[in-house]
Design a protein around this ligand. Structure first.
Ligand SMILES: [Mg+2]
Length: 255
């Protein structure tokens, strides 16, 4: 049924539908509009502090009801990649995330998965990851975001720590989440749509908008979440700019 629609929409969760655990005004109406118009959609996220099931619960608490299969998370993309490559992974991630990953002790690992580990980014753990990389382990980054905003505060995301590991071990990370092309392409494939027919709605000019445009999708930047005035001048490409997710969905339906 889904392939009968001419377009599909990918909606970022953090900063587009939710600010922290609070729903952003218009989010429920935006999804209702997509349902009403029979536009297939997926909710995508690089948030690496929650499993897919936790995300379903978080959304349901604020009135956003979705099937778990409509949620695409970067940690699941990292696990899929590692399984496909046959890698045994030691995970430097937030403990809440472990149910969605395969975690082995460091001495058995031939890959390190790094996500937003919060206080887990201590000297001991970063050194453990660094030593595994020196021994030849692969470095898989769940995401490479610089920072995120939650409940009004800015926080360092995993990107700065991944850069430290890359720099020290002279290695490059394989990025599983946004803005990796493989992430956007696998969501399009799940929607049974070509990337050209997909719209990405996000609050991150690089992670969402540029990543989507790079695989041929169309994109809309919203002025909620981590958006800061002037972000739109950071990317020289064609995309839409709207105040929030409801305005974005209305615009996409018009085009
Ligand atoms: Mg976001």
């Amino acid at each position: 049924m889904e392939s009968e629609s001419e377009k599909a929409v990918l909606l970022d969760i953090s900063g587009v539908l939710l600010n922290g655990d609070q729903v952003i005004p218009g989010a429920v109406e935006a999804l209702a509009l997509l349902e009403q118009k029979h536009i297939p959609y997926r909710l995508v996220t690089n948030t690496s502090r929650k499993t897919r099931d936790m995300m379903v619960d978080t959304l349901a608490k604020v009135g956003v009801h979705v099937d778990r299969r409509q949620i695409f998370t970067a940690p699941l993309a990292a696990r899929t990649f590692a399984r496909w490559k046959g890698l045994k992974t030691w995970c430097l991630v937030h403990p809440d995330l472990l149910p969605d990953l395969d975690n082995v002790p460091p001495e058995e690992a031939d890959a390190v998965i790094v996500g937003d580990a919060a206080s887990g980014f201590n000297y001991e753990n970063l050194n453990q990851a660094f030593r595994l990389l020196l021994e030849g382990a692969a470095l898989v980054a769940i995401g490479h975001n610089r920072y995120f905003k939650e409940n009004g505060e800015f926080y360092l995301d995993a990107g700065p720590f991944i850069n430290a590991l890359e720099y020290s071990a002279d290695r490059r990370a394989i990025v599983a989440g946004k803005p990796a092309a493989a992430f956007f392409e696998s969501v399009a494939s799940d929607l049974q749509m070509e990337p050209e027919s997909c719209w990405m709605v996000g609050d991150d000019i690089f992670g969402d908008v540029q990543g989507a445009i790079d695989v041929g999708m169309q994109a809309c930047l919203v002025q909620t979440g981590k958006y800061r005035e002037g972000d739109e001048s950071k990317l020289d490409a064609h995309y839409e700019l709207e105040s929030d997710v409801l305005a974005a969905v209305q615009r996409i339906l018009e085009i």
